[in-house]
Design a protein. Structure first.
Length: 718
C-alpha cells in the first residue's frame, strides 16, 4: 500500500475504499466504517463509523459484548450456526458514496421517510412490510421494536382431505351494516340511521390530502440530484459486490447444494406469480381442445346471434373453416415480431384465428354455454400442475366494472363448474378501460365503475348467506390486479384538483395513479372489515413498470404489496434502491417483455437479481409466449441459459416466488420451512428450498449493511 501511495501522490487525498478478502471461521463481522480524512483548518461534520451489525455465533454466558444501539435493536439476528464458513468483503473508509456530508444527511432522511411512508400504507391495508427495515426505522426513532403479526395478510387455509372446497354451511351471519359510496370510497355504517348522520364505523378510511403530500414528497425525492447520485453508486456497489461474492463463494454454495439430500431445482416449489387465466394454456393445448370439442359437441348449440342459435358445426361453417384443418400457425395466437411495441396487435392475439366468436366460446366465462369450455381448459391446466406436483400458479380472472352483476356471474361460473385445484390460487384483475365503457355509454361516471367492482364484495362480506356463491369464491381469491397498456398516456396528473370519481364524466381515461389510489383505498377498507370478521384479506398486486411514466412505480411503492414487470426501475436508481430496501417483490416475465417491450438480452432480470431485489419468474401468457406443456419451467430454462444462472440462483428465485405469492401460511410453512417468516439464514430451510445458507447469509448481511448506512447517517448528523 505504501508503494501505491508513493506512485500516485495525487490519490492520497481521496476517500479510500479498500477491499479485504477474509475467511471468517467463527465470527461473521462484516464491515467497519472508518471516518473520512479531515482537512486541516476549518471544522466540518464527521461521521464516526460504528461497527455495523455483529452477526456471530453466541459465546458462553460469561462473555459480555458491548453492542452499539443498532446492534441492540438487531439482537434478534440469526446466529448462523448452520452457515458454513465463507469469504466476505470488508470495506473501510468514507461511506458517503460520492456526496457531501450535508447531502448525505439529507439523502438518509429522505430514504428514511420514504420507507416510513411505505410501512404506513402497508400496515393500514394489511399488506406485507419486512421486519428488518422496520427494526431499523424504530431504532432511528428511538423506539423499541415489537413484533406485531396483526398486520399480516390472512389467506384461506388449504382444503383438508375429504372437505368440500365449495361448502356453504359455515358461512357467517348477516351483520346488518349499511354501505354507501362517497367520493369513490365505500363507507361502512352500523345501520341506516348512522348512514343518514354520516357516522361510519371506525375503519381506516383514506385521507386524500395526506396521500398527495406523501406522493409529492416521493416525486421530489426521486428527482433530487444527491439522492440519485447516492442511490446510483450504492446500486453499482451492490452489483459489483455480488459478482465478487460469486467469484469467491460459488463453489462453496454448490458444495452446500450437493450435500443437501433429496432436494434439487426440479423438486423445490415454484409459483407462477403472474399469469392470466384466459391465456394459461399453451397454443397446442388450445388447438387440441378445439378439435376435441368439435368431435364431441359438433351438433351442440353453443352460441346465439340476432338471427338464430348456432351449433358448433354451424359456427365453424359461418367462419368458413373446419377444426381438422387448423394448425397452431392458423390459430395465430402466438406473439411474434409484429407485436413488439404494438399492444393493440397483442390484444388481438386473444382471438383464435382472428375470430372473436371463438374467443367468446372458448376463453370467456359468460357465454351461451356458461363458460363450460373455458372451465374445462382451466381444469386441464390445473391437472397438469398437480401432475408436476412442485409447480403452482395464480391465474387472473377479469372483473371489468361495467355492470354490478359481474361478480355474481363469475362466482356462479366458478362454483358450478367446481374449479378448484390445490396448485392454484386466484386473483381478480381490473382492466383500466373506463374510457371504452364511457364512450359507449355503459357507465355514467368513473365512480360507477368503482361501485360495480367493490360494492358486491362488501355486501358479500357483511351478509355472506345472501351471496353464497360469491362468499365461497372470495375465499379462493388472494388479491387484486390492475391491468392494461401502461404506455398509453392519459395526460392527467392526480392532484387535489382532480375530479372526484362521481364527477369524472368525461370520456378520457383517468391516470394510472388515479386508478391505483381508488383501488388501494377500497381494498384497505375492505381488508379491515374482513379481518374484523375473521375472513381472508386481499393483496394489491398491479401490473406496473412495464412501460409508461416513473410515477406508476412510485405509486406502487406506496400502495402495492408486490408488482408485475417492474422494467422501468432501471430508469430510476432512487426507486430501484427503495424497492431493494423494502424488498418489494417483483414478478418478472422476460419472454413476455421480449415480444412486447424489451429484447430478452436487455432485460434487467439478472441485474436486479445480482443487486438483491426480490424477484421471481412468471409466464404472463403461456398461450402467446410459450411452446411447452410446462411454461414456467420453460421460463426458468431460458433464463438459466441466457443469463447463465447457477442452481442456487434458480432456487433463490423459486423461493422468492413462494414468499411473494398468495398461498396460505400453512402451505408456505410446508414448502419453505416453519421459520419462513424470519429473514436471513434462520428463515431458510435448505432441505426444502435448496438455497445455500451462504447465499442467504450474504443477502441478509448486505441488506442490513445498506439499512445501517441510513440509520448511521441520520444519527451521526444529529
Amino acid at each position: 500500500m505504501r508503494e501505491a501511495v508513493m506512485r500516485f501522490p495525487r490519490l492520497t487525498w481521496m476517500r479510500s475504499v479498500q477491499f479485504f478478502i477474509m475467511r471468517c471461521k467463527h465470527t461473521c463481522s462484516i464491515w467497519r466504517l472508518s471516518p473520512p480524512p479531515q482537512k486541516a483548518g476549518g471544522k466540518k461534520k464527521r461521521f464516526f463509523g460504528r461497527k455495523t451489525v455483529s452477526l456471530s455465533v453466541p459465546q458462553s454466558e460469561t462473555t459480555s459484548t458491548q453492542l452499539s444501539r443498532i446492534d441492540e435493536y438487531i439482537s434478534s439476528s440469526p446466529t448462523y450456526q448452520t452457515v458454513p464458513d465463507f469469504q466476505r468483503v470488508q470495506i473501510t473508509g468514507d461511506y458517503a458514496s460520492g456526496v457531501t456530508v450535508e447531502d448525505f444527511e439529507m439523502v438518509c432522511k429522505g430514504l428514511y421517510r420514504a420507507l416510513c411512508i411505505r410501512e404506513k400504507y402497508m400496515q393500514k391495508s394489511f399488506q406485507r412490510f419486512p421486519k428488518t427495515p422496520s427494526k431499523y426505522l424504530r431504532n432511528i426513532e428511538g423506539v423499541a421494536w415489537v413484533a406485531n403479526e396483526s398486520f399480516y395478510p390472512v389467506f384461506t387455509p388449504p382444503v383438508k382431505k375429504g372437505e368440500d372446497p365449495f361448502r356453504t354451511d359455515n358461512l357467517l351471519e348477516n351483520l346488518g351494516y349499511h354501505l354507501k359510496m362517497k367520493d369513490g370510497v365505500v363507507y361502512v355504517y352500523p345501520n341506516e340511521e348512522a348512514a343518514s348522520k354520516d357516522e361510519p364505523k371506525p375503519l381506516p378510511y383514506p385521507n386524500l390530502d395526506t396521500f398527495l403530500d406523501d406522493m409529492n414528497f416521493l416525486l421530489a425525492l426521486i428527482a433530487q440530484g444527491p439522492v440519485k447520485t447516492y442511490t446510483h453508486r450504492r446500486l453499482k456497489f451492490l452489483s459489483s459486490k455480488f459478482q465478487v461474492h460469486q467469484m469467491l463463494n460459488e463453489m462453496d454454495e454448490l458444495k452446500e447444494l450437493k450435500n443437501n439430500p433429496h432436494r434439487d431445482f426440479y423438486n423445490c416449489r415454484k409459483v407462477d406469480t403472474h399469469i392470466h387465466a384466459a391465456a394459461c394454456m399453451n397454443q397446442k393445448h388450445l388447438l387440441r381442445f378445439i378439435k376435441k370439442s368439435y368431435q364431441i359437441d359438433a351438433d351442440r348449440v353453443v352460441c346465439s346471434t340476432k338471427e338464430k342459435k348456432l351449433t358448433l358445426k354451424e359456427l365453424f361453417a359461418k367462419l368458413k373453416m373446419h377444426p381438422y384443418d387448423l394448425t397452431v400457425d392458423s390459430l395465430d395466437v402466438h406473439a411474434g415480431r409484429q407485436t413488439f411495441q404494438r399492444f393493440d396487435k397483442f390484444n388481438d392475439k386473444y382471438n383464435p384465428v382472428g375470430a372473436s366468436e371463438l374467443r367468446d366460446l372458448y376463453l370467456k366465462t359468460d357465454n351461451y354455454i356458461n363458460g363450460e369450455y373455458f372451465a374445462t381448459i382451466i381444469k386441464e391446466v390445473g391437472a397438469d400442475l398437480v401432475d408436476a406436483k412442485y409447480q403452482h400458479a395464480e391465474p387472473r380472472l377479469s372483473i371489468y366494472g361495467r355492470s354490478p352483476d359481474e361478480w355474481s356471474k363469475l362466482s356462479t361460473w366458478f362454483v358450478q363448474n367446481r374449479i378448484h385445484c390445490p396448485n392454484m390460487t386466484w386473483m381478480i384483475q381490473v382492466p383500466r378501460i373506463y374510457d371504452v365503457f364511457r364512450s359507449k355509454n355503459f357507465l355514467p361516471h368513473f365512480g360507477k365503475m368503482l361501485e360495480n367492482v367493490f360494492m358486491p364484495v362488501f355486501e358479500a362480506t357483511i351478509n355472506p348467506k345472501a351471496h353464497p356463491d360469491l362468499s365461497v369464491f372470495l375465499k379462493h381469491i388472494t388479491g387484486f390486479d390492475s391491468v392494461d397498456d401502461e404506455s398509453k398516456h392519459s395526460g392527467h396528473m392526480f392532484s387535489s384538483k382532480s375530479p372526484k370519481p362521481q364527477e369524472w364524466t368525461m370520456e378520457k381515461n383517468p391516470s394510472y395513479t388515479y386508478y391505483t389510489y381508488y383501488m388501494y383505498v377500497n381494498i384497505m377498507v375492505l381488508n379491515s372489515l374482513r379481518k374484523e370478521r375473521g375472513m381472508n384479506t386481499f393483496l394489491f398486486r398491479p401490473h406496473c413498470g412495464e412501460a409508461g411514466a416513473l410515477t406508476h412505480l412510485m405509486t406502487a411503492f406506496m400502495t402495492a404489496d408486490n408488482i408485475s414487470h417492474g422494467l422501468n426501475l432501471k430508469k430510476s436508481p432512487v426507486l430501484q434502491y427503495l424497492f431493494f430496501l423494502a424488498q418489494i417483490p417483483i414478478a418478472m416475465s422476460p419472454l413476455s417483455n421480449n415480444s412486447l417491450f424489451l429484447e430478452y438480452a436487455k432485460n434487467p432480470f439478472l441485474d436486479f437479481l445480482q443487486k438483491g431485489l426480490m424477484i421471481s419468474l412468471s409466464t404472463d401468457d403461456p398461450m402467446q409466449f410459450h411452446f411447452t406443456k410446462e411454461p414456467l419451467m420453460e421460463e426458468y430454462a431460458i433464463a438459466a441459459q441466457v443469463f447463465k444462472l447457477s442452481t442456487c440462483d434458480m432456487c433463490e428465485v423459486a423461493r422468492n416466488s413462494v414468499l411473494q405469492c398468495g398461498i396460505s401460511h400453512e402451505e408456505k410453512a410446508r414448502f419453505l420451512g416453519t421459520n419462513y417468516r424470519e429473514e436471513g439464514p434462520i428463515g431458510n430451510d435448505i432441505r426444502k428450498t435448496n438455497v445455500a445458507q451462504i447465499r442467504m447469509a450474504y443477502r441478509y448481511e448486505t441488506w442490513c449493511y445498506e439499512l445501517n448506512l441510513i440509520a448511521e447517517g441520520i444519527k451521526s448528523g444529529e
